[in-house]
Design a protein around this ligand. Sequence first.
Ligand SMILES: [Zn+2]
Ligand SMILES: [Zn+2]
Length: 397
Amino acid sequence: MNSNLYCDILVNKLKPSIRNKRRGKLSKGVLFLHDNARPHTSCKTVSTIIKLGFEVLEHPAYSPDLAPSDYFLFGLLKKELKGKQFDSDEDVQKVVQDFFHTLSKSAYKEGIYKLQERWRRCIESQEQPAINVKEFEKPHQFKVHNFMGMTWCDFCGNFMWGLIAQGVRCEDCALSAHRRCSEKLPNDCCPDLKLLKRVFGADLTALVKAHNTIRPRVVDLCISEIEKRGLDAEGIYRVSGFSDDIDALRVAIDKDFDSVDISANVYEDINVIAGVLKLYFRLLPIPLITFEAYPNFMSAIKQATLQDKVECTRLALNHLPPAHYQTLKFLVAHLNRVSQYHSKNLMTAHNLSTVFCPTLLRSSDGAPPSEQLAAWQQESVLIELLITHHNILFASK
Ligand SMILES: [Zn+2]
Ligand SMILES: [Zn+2]
């Protein structure tokens, strides 16, 4: 099996047989499941699937026990072939075809039903990825500091002379150093929970490192509530909640995250929760799509073909710090689910991208107004691409 053969099967066999056997399925949308074998993830296959318009379910890295055909079909086939000798390719072909024909309808049915259970395990395995948040790189936030009493440099160990402004201190982890020494320190800041006073407006990487979570907890909190009771709310994320309520919830989360109740008992209007999530992203000192990665994304979205846009956006994602990458991945997968309810909530991927654009990215330089409009349109196209193709873009390599 190689990419060419696989693509040929998808286009010339699978698609026609879906059209013949499952009327209307092609226009309703095909959710496509295959594992991460090389022919399935190659550039050619990815672009073929985009052209077919199939949505791909993300599959965890090599895990044969979860592969859709290995667990029931191939195992039985192997049993059938075991110990037999064949004189020619045709003989093998015949035995394999006979095997598929003799397998009863109920055996196929059972295999497909088992898939549900396997797939649930796939999803669960993705929810606990083996990521060591403590190892995320984060630069120190040094500020000139007036040290009280005698202080020694955490880098060189020497005394820090002077009465005031003896050196610098990191605002996130309190590491103290001579100004010169601070320039030599690696990006190994481990923020101290005690120094991190807020959730809103705090650096995203600092927040996840301090809490040792792969994403900010506030993002998970809001998204799970919206998935619980807001997916079919008309205009979700576009309709704004009452601003006093949004502010009250922001203050409550900043004050004591663990005791916040965002259930319908307290915040009946789901738009308040959606508003708080958007506010969180808007207040990030470094936007979710960072200033540094921004040019990479903009050049990706200017590519001529959809395939090139997808390939270059995938590469641009590598420029995001891990915490930003993980949070963006989680957010756009959620927005994709929201868009699937667009017949009820009236929020298509396009509408969502328009709403989220100003909160997720901004260029660092003040472009002239004439260019701003064009840039804004490109940004919106990018967010829409992230929402619609998130499975391919964030697939594990
Ligand atoms: Zn630090
Ligand atoms: Zn020093």
